[in-house]
Design a protein around this ligand. Structure first.
Ligand code: FAD
Ligand code: SF4
Length: 463
């Protein structure tokens, strides 16, 4: 057992260097570093860390295997509960989930559970060890999964392991959801995602890309095709806008469009890929979440001279992962807290040239529990900005629900479900992930996919 109170450091690319490339920022632990960090785990009997994990990975057990140098056993243990460990080890907000519950954090830093998870998953990929997710035998009962984000992929993997014949219908040409089209390459390399998705395909899950359910086929069509149950995991991908003057000017992007063009259409490899993204000299990003941090850091890497985050609350209320906000700051992104845009101003050619902003102060907490931002009269000012990325959140796309009239939604347009089973108002339809909760996290979507897979199995057994 080690008595060090801080985590073993993980090597990162130098900030100056990394803003000139899209390579992964953090390089992960070596075997020696992983074993040293693993020795910090106290193997607590009550294991509070497990309670912080939405998919209930046996954290002390997988860390013990790393302590002993048995890396294959470690990844096998993780995969009992998680089919996307290399993804989760990179993007999960462990600091507010398993790590916040770690006993070690009472006197120093928690055990680096996320980094160790990433180590075990990367070790398996690099050693080309056989994927031991287990194989399935099909019962010939067909289940459809709509959407291939973390919720859909997890539900599909669990259902195929239970013996169902599972087909995933995905609107885009590649699977992964936000993991592919939202989170940039320097945080989650596509090659890592590919391996984890292909492991799920190897279990027997069929991927059917380029199918927009609600347009290409309806939910009714799927039922008529013989699918006995359907899981809907279509995320919340419809961008919110500010609804202020000038939002239609050239140079104003939604974060969804900006990141999708860069990630999915490989704009960052222009001219090898023919999807250019026009980027100005000074870029303003509106918002303070992970999407805003990603947009700002992508803009830097595309060659912007200055990138400014404009956020209407203070640093304390920023919803972005602390690590990612720190990375952005290290890379030179400037933060303007307590600032809100009032209008986008342009030239005769309808190109954005400036943003009119106002200073804010914080009032009483609102329904989200965060202190409400209030404009300060007479504090308006102008920022010279020629590209803006609006990253203030996403909502539910109404297309699928419009063609499935019996599907009950809540007042914000998200699908209503039974929280225990994931079942919707239509008995053979289940749902989970962002389309139920609104924009949340990868691991929460995976937890919902797991729960719904169990719900579908119980429903089909009853039927
Ligand atoms: P999604 O990942 O949105 O997947 C839904 C899929 O369904 C998509 O592939 C979509 O094309 C498809 N689809 C939609 N409609 C249809 C239809 N009608 N027919 C067929 N297919 C359809 N979370 C973290 O935990 N850590 C992070 O660091 C993090 N960073 C983020 C960065 C960005 C830029 C964004 C946008 C989000 C981030 N999140 C992060 C949030 C996280 O990615 C989401 O909460 C999670 O991906 C939700 O998973 P999901 O499966 O519900 O939906
Ligand atoms: Fe190890 Fe921390 Fe979990 Fe205890 S709480 S078992 S120290 S990871």
């Amino acid at each position: 057992m080690s008595d060090r109170t801080s985590k073993v450091e993980m090597h990162k690319q130098d900030p100056k260097e990394r803003t000139r490339n899209f390579n992964e920022v953090a390089s992960g632990y070596s075997a020696r570093e992983a074993m040293e960090e693993a020795k910090r785990c106290l193997q607590c009997k009550k294991s509070p860390c497990i309670k912080g994990c939405p998919v209930e990975i046996d954290i002390p057990a997988f860390i013990k295997c790393i302590q002993e140098g048995n890396f294959q056993a470690s990844i096998d243990k993780i995969k009992e509960k998680n089919n996307l460990p290399a993804v989760c080890g990179r993007v999960c907000p462990q600091e507010s989930q398993c790590e916040i519950k770690c006993v070690r954090s009472q006197k120093g830093e928690s055990v680096a559970i996320g980094r160790l998870e990433r180590f075990a998953a990367d070790w398996e990929m690099n050693e080309s060890a056989p994927n031991r997710c287990g194989t399935s035998s099909s019962s010939a009962i067909k289940v459809a999964v709509v959407g291939s984000g973390p919720a859909g992929l997890t539900a599909a993997a669990d259902l195929v392991k239970l013996g169902y014949e599972v087909t995933v219908f995905e609107a885009l040409h590649s699977s992964g959801g936000v993991l592919r089209y939202g989170i940039p390459e320097f945080r989650l390399p596509k090659s890592v995602l590919e391996v984890e998705i292909s492991n799920i395909e190897k279990l027997g899950v069929r991927m059917h890309p380029n199918v927009l359910i609600g347009k290409t086929f309806t939910i009714d069509d799927l039922i008529k095709e013989g699918f006995s149950a359907i899981f809907i995991g279509i995320g919340a991908g419809l961008p919110h806008f500010l609804n202020i003057p000038g939002e239609n000017l050239d140079g104003v992007y939604s974060a969804s469009e900006f990141l999708t063009r860069v990630n999915l259409m490989k704009a960052y490899q222009f001219p090898q890929y023919d999807t250019p993204v026009k980027i100005g000299r000074r870029v303003g990003v509106i918002g303070g979440g992970n999407v805003a941090m990603d947009s700002a850091r992508v803009a830097l890497r595309l060659g912007a001279e200055e990138v400014d985050i404009i956020y209407r609350r203070s640093k304390k209320e920023m919803p972005a992962r602390q690590e990612e906000a720190e990375n952005a700051e290290e890379e030179g992104v400037k933060f303007h807290f307590l600032t809100a845009p009032l209008a986008f101003l342009g030239n005769k050619e309808n190109q954005l040239t400036r943003v009119k902003c106002i200073q804010m102060k914080l009032g009483e907490p609102d329904e989200s529990g965060r202190r409400r931002p209030i404009p300060i009269k007479g504090s308006e000012f102008i920022m010279g900005i020629d590209t803006v990325v609006v990253a203030i959140g996403q909502g539910a796309n109404p297309l699928l629900a419009q063609t499935t009239p019996d599907l009950k939604l809540n007042h914000r347009g998200y699908i209503q479900i039974n929280e225990e089973t994931g079942q919707s108002s239509i008995p053979q339809i289940f749902a989970g992930g962002d389309i139920v909760t609104g924009a949340a996290t990868v691991i929460a979507a995976m937890g919902a996919g797991k729960k719904a897979a169990r719900g579908i199995d119980e429903y089909l057994n009853r039927e």
